[in-house]
Design a protein around this ligand. Structure first.
Ligand code: FMN
Length: 324
């Protein structure tokens, strides 16, 4: 399948694995790229630029295909060394960067001067247009369904994607709620040039996370995510658990008086405990509503392979058949 996204990134299938904290290590990124999609290493999961350089080198040992690095500009407790991370990306020969969170404009010249293609992930048409105007090559349009940070506008992809298609000139992928061939075909029909998946890629054999995380995703339904940190305008969609319910209770109790420090126990530094140790009640971790569509833990190659072949069948047989 050829789209503007496969052409831009030099990949076989229009399927991207979005950056994911403590999930997007070299093993997963390489597996996705080897399967013909675009794998992405999560930059900030690496504690220092030197660690990121090492992770990029490890990924290069595992794949000859293009892969990217995610740089997330979110409010964090201490500001990361972004110039250092960018240096590691450039010197590591990475050709694609996924930016997310805040406007990447301050860092864009460094990336563009190095010939890097930038796909910015954002949750609204206005932010997508901003990304286009500052020179991003593509955007990843993240609907309200998505795992992670859906923004504050709450527009689901059924509306957001065709709106993005109406306004944007640069290519874009659909992100949030994407799981299978039906997602891909729908995304293409709504005007996108491919899809980005987060939660679905966690429940794969190669995702380097504890089995408990994969099992929790398979066990979850579309009713099991919660929105946390909404009062702080830093909304995150997470899988419910004991810590999340405690956090929500604090949000209800404190109302307008809620401060980030009130919920630090449930959100700061919890990822290693969840993703590595499988302590599923340690805190809030991002998960999409799409968990309701995830019923197995295939290899990445099986997952990507069946998405592509089922999509071809869906387009040519089911949809084509409707015209006969
Ligand atoms: C566990 C987890 C961690 C994530 N961490 C990040 C991150 O560090 N940076 C980022 O830009 N997006 C992050 N995301 C968002 C994903 O890249 C992707 O946009 C999102 O998962 C898409 O929605 P979906 O889960 O419905 O596929 C994360 C998502 C999950 C599920």
């Amino acid at each position: 399948m050829k789209t503007r996204i496969t052409e831009l990134f030099g990949i076989e299938h229009p399927i991207i694995q979005g950056g994911m904290h403590y999930v997007g290590f070299a093993e997963l990124a390489a597996a996705v790229s080897n399967a013909g999609g675009l794998g992405i290493i999560t930059g900030l999961t690496q504690k220092t630029p030197a660690d990121l350089a090492n992770e990029i080198a490890r990924c290069k040992d595992m794949t000859d295909k293009p892969f990217g690095v995610n740089l997330t500009f979110l409010p964090t407790v201490s500001s990361p060394d972004y110039p250092g991370y960018i240096k590691a990306i450039v010197e590591g020969g990475v050709r694609i960067v996924e930016t997310a969170g805040r406007n990447p404009q301050p860092y864009l010249p460094h990336l563009k001067d190095a010939g890097i293609a930038v796909i910015h992930k954002c949750t609204s048409v206005r932010h997508s247009l901003k990304a286009q105007s500052i020179g991003c090559d593509a955007v990843s349009v993240d609907g309200f369904e998505c795992g992670g940070h859906p923004g504050e506008d709450d527009i689901p992809n059924m509306i957001l994607l065709p709106r993005a298609a109406e306004e944007l000139d640069i290519p874009f992928v659909a992100s949030g709620g994407m799981a299978d061939a039906r997602s891909l075909v729908a995304a293409l029909a709504l005007g996108a040039d491919g899809m980005n998946m987060g939660t679905r890629f966690i429940a794969t054999q190669e995702a380097p996370v504890h089995e408990n995380v994969k099992k929790a995703i398979v066990a979850a339904t579309e009713l099991d995510t919660r929105l946390v940190m909404r009062p702080l305008r830093n909304t995150e969609r997470v899988l419910t658990n004991a810590a999340v319910e405690k956090l929500l209770e604090k949000e209800r109790e404190l109302g307008d008086k809620l401060d980030f420090k009130d919920i630090m126990e449930e959100v700061v530094g919890v990822y290693p405990r969840i993703m590595k140790e499988g302590d599923m009640d340690a805190g809030a971790w991002s998960c999409g509503m799409v968990a309701g569509l995830i019923h197995d833990i295939p290899t990445v190659a099986e997952l990507v392979g069946r998405i592509v072949s089922d999509a071809e069948e869906l387009i040519s047989k089911r949809l084509g058949g409707l015209l006969a």
